[in-house]
Every structure is written in structure tokens, then in C-alpha cells.
Design a protein around this ligand. Structure first.
Ligand code: ISC
Length: 412
């Protein structure tokens, strides 16, 4: 087992996107009053199959136990920290990964810090930073149908509605994808800066080229306390926020759709909690492009649970899978026509003190690892027996507009 040495010291200021030296290969997390940017490689591991979350936790725990951590800041994310993305499906061709960068710069409401991570035997850590490559716009960006075009998505929703009419399956979440092509290589620093400023109430991320701003949190853990935000039930804000909120509040289909998602999370948290689970919702979450029904849960985790294993046990919630889970996943595998890759699965970070944020990778695009001019974005929605295919399509369009905003806004 590799052993590492992580040294964290206070920093004078929070990093700006221009401090990150490279356009791609970064680990970026921004949201809710703090953030971290990481680059370089100290250690990395891939995981696969149904057991991938537990494997990842064990790998990180053993590495942390073998490593030396010298941390004078002692805040969430300081010391030894890893960033990760996980595949949606147990059978996905995409690997799930944890990566520990060589350098992390972070900030929160208490201040800023820097962590250098190197092999334990390197006693002289260098804090020299290479000259940053200038941030460059990607020029003209075009997008079009991916593997599942609009007609195919409409057919898939209609077919699913027929299946749901039998009553055994209550809800299935179906997604479609679009292909994005840029004139010049995509720059993660620019994409995440745009997303973080346009969606301040979301968690903006870029890990392994998976880049987005998600409003949904599976497991945010601080000092053993878990917070979860479940979203399901949506209305596009194309006709204004007030009209969207009214439509959502009075839609029996969306209220039922939300209930399935929040119940699925509550059942999982009940098994993970050491005491009572507090719920707050459903309330309405306003985003620029869409409004959602939203419920927050909080609980103290029982011994043995971590943010990652809790997120893994919740996954896939009925916000991205369906109800009942197994039957819904079966319909998705038969009808959707996509490998979802890391879309709609946990994305986030963890530290050796047990703090973590594992969000659901929604409103995101995966930059092609072999061609930085290309990315694939996915978006979906909950299909119920009352769903209208054209409305579900419009919902995915509104959801796509979040990530497309980051690709399309002209530079100032
Ligand atoms: C599956 C997605 O959204 C989920 C989260 C919020 C609302 C949803 C809905 O109303 O269908 C979905 O459950 C997506 O954004 O791709």
C-alpha cells in the first residue's frame, strides 16, 4: 500500500480559476460557502461492480491509515482528501474513481488553505506552482442529438407510460443525451467559473472531466452529521417563476413523483441513522431554469457509516432510478438506450477526518477524455402513469439549459 504525506497550512486568499495551472485534469468543487481546487496526482484507484462504494471507502481508509497528515487548519476538506466519481450502473463500462491530487487549494467561511500531498518518502515537498496556462474560450460551440434523440426519447416515455399503466411499477426515470462540440478545446476552469456564478445555490463540480452544477445532495457529512437534499418534481421556468411554482404545487403527478423519491431516501437514511431523522419539505427550490419540489433530511450517522457508504446505499434513489428500484432499473436498461456513465450517480469528495460531500451528478456533461472538443450531456425526468411525453421532453430541455449555459455564454 502506498503511503502519502499531506501537509495543510493556512493560505492568504481563496484561489481564483486563473490560479489553476491546467485547462483539464482538475478536481474542482464549489458550493454553499466553500470550495476546493485540486490538480496533479498523488494517488488514484478505480472500482467497479455493485460493491464499488465499499471498495472505494476501504481503499481510502487504508491509504489514510498508512499516511502522515500534518494539518494545522483542521476544517472539512483539509488534510488528506480524495475526489471521486461513480458509475450510475453496477454494469457500466465507465469506471468509478477516487483521486488524491498532489495539491489542493480550498476555502470556506473560516478562511483559505493549501494542502500538498506527496509520497511519504519525499521529505522535501516543493510548493512551486507551474506557470498557469491562460484560460481560453472554446470558440463556437454546437450541440445536437446524442445516442437518444428527441423522437426516441418521446417513444421511450410513451412506452414506459404503457408499462406503468399495469400498476406494478410506479415511477421510472428516463434520460436522453446530447453531443456538444466546440471549436477549441474545452477548459474546465472556464466551465466551472460560469456554472458557479450562474447557479450559486447548486454544487458546481469538475472531477475526471465530469462537469456540472447540481442542485441535489445525497450525503453531506460534517462530524458524523448527515444532510441530504432530495429533488423530484420539476417545472420549467420558461413562463416565469411564479407560474412555474403554481403549476408545480398543483400537479398531483409531480407531488406523487416527489414522494417516491423522498421515501426511497428516507428508507435508506432510517437504516444509517443513530437517532431520529429530521425532514423539512417538500418546499420549492427555485433555479434559474427550473423549479423543483425539494425535501431536506438530517440525521446523525450510526457507527460504521460514512458519507460515501451512505450515498452508495441510497443509490440509485427514486429521483434517478424509480419505484420499485429493481423493476424501474430493468425498464431503464431495456428502454432508455443509453449507458449513463457517471451521470445521475454520486460525485464529490471525502477527507480522512470523515467529512464529505457526495452530490448527485445531474445537470452535467462529460468531457471526452480522448478529445477535449467533445462532451456528452445527459438529463432526464421522472415518468409516471400520467406523464405526457412532450412535457417530459420540455423538462429535459430546461434541465439541459443549465449546463449548456456554461458552454454557450460569450466571454466578457
Ligand atoms: C434526473 C434528473 O433530475 C432529477 C432531479 C430533480 C427532478 C427530477 C424530476 O422532476 O424528474 C429528477 O428526479 C436530471 O436532472 O437529469
Amino acid at each position: 500500500m502506498t503511503s502519502l504525506r499531506a501537509v495543510t497550512r493556512p493560505a492568504e486568499r481563496r484561489p481564483s480559476p486563473g490560479d489553476v495551472p491546467q485547462p483539464r485534469g482538475n478536481m474542482i468543487w464549489v458550493g454553499h460557502g466553500g470550495g476546493m481546487v485540486g490538480w496533479g496526482l498523488a494517488a488514484s484507484q478505480t472500482f467497479s461492480g455493485p460493491d464499488r462504494f465499499r471498495q472505494a471507502q476501504e481503499w481510502f481508509d487504508s491509504l489514510a491509515a498508512a499516511s502522515t497528515i500534518d494539518d494545522t487548519v483542521q476544517s472539512p476538506g483539509t488534510g488528506l482528501a480524495a475526489f471521486g466519481t461513480f458509475s450510475f450502473s453496477d454494469e457500466s463500462a465507465d469506471a468509478s474513481t477516487l483521486t488524491i491530487p498532489a495539491r489542493i487549494r480550498g476555502w470556506n467561511e473560516h478562511g483559505a488553505w493549501e494542502t500538498l500531498i506527496s509520497p511519504a518518502e519525499d521529505t522535501a515537498q516543493s510548493d512551486e506552482i507551474e506557470e498557469p496556462e491562460p484560460i481560453a474560450d472554446f470558440g463556437r460551440v454546437v450541440w445536437g442529438p446524442g445516442e437518444v434523440d428527441e423522437d426516441r426519447f418521446i417513444d421511450a416515455v410513451a412506452e414506459t407510460v404503457e408499462i406503468l399503466a399495469d400498476g406494478d411499477i410506479k415511477k421510472v426515470v428516463l434520460a436522453r443525451d446530447i453531443a456538444i462540440v466546440s471549436e477549441r478545446p474545452m477548459d474546465e476552469r472556464l466551465l466551472t467559473a460560469r456554472l458557479a456564478s450562474a447557479f450559486p445555490s447548486c454544487w458546481t463540480f469538475c472531477i475526471d472531466g465530469l462537469t456540472g452544477a447540481t442542485p441535489e445532495m445525497l450525503a453531506s457529512v460534517r462530524g458524523g452529521h448527515l444532510k441530504t437534499r432530495v429533488l423530484a418534481g420539476s417545472w420549467p421556468t420558461t413562463g416565469g417563476h411564479e407560474a412555474a411554482e403554481y403549476a408545480l404545487r398543483s400537479s398531483a403527478k409531480d407531488i406523487a413523483e416527489h414522494r417516491y423519491a423522498s421515501d426511497s431516501v428516507l428508507h435508506a437514511i432510517d437504516l444509517q441513522a443513530s437517532g431520529p431523522v429530521r425532514a423539512d419539505g417538500p418546499t420549492i427550490l427555485h433555479l434559474p431554469n427550473v423549479v423543483h419540489l425539494s425535501t431536506d433530511f438530517e440525521a446523525d450517522l450510526a457507527p460504521g457509516w460514512t458519507g460515501l457508504t451512505a450515498a452508495g446505499a441510497m443509490h440509485p434513489t427514486a429521483a434517478v432510478g424509480g419505484t420499485p428500484t429493481d423493476l424501474a432499473l430493468d425498464v431503464i436498461a431495456r428502454i432508455e438506450g443509453l449507458d449513463r456513465g457517471r451521470y445521475a450517480a454520486p460525485v464529490g469528495w471525502m477527507d480522512a477526518a470523515g467529512n464529505s460531500d457526495w452530490a448527485l451528478a445531474l445537470r452535467c456533461a462529460q468531457i471526452d477524455p480522448t478529445d477535449p472538443h467533445r462532451a456528452r450531456a445527459l438529463a432526464g425526468g421522472g415518468v409516471m402513469d400520467r406523464s405526457v411525453p412532450q412535457q417530459e421532453l420540455a423538462e429535459t430541455e430546461a434541465k439541459f439549459s443549465a449546463v449548456l449555459h456554461a458552454f454557450s455564454r460569450p466571454t466578457a
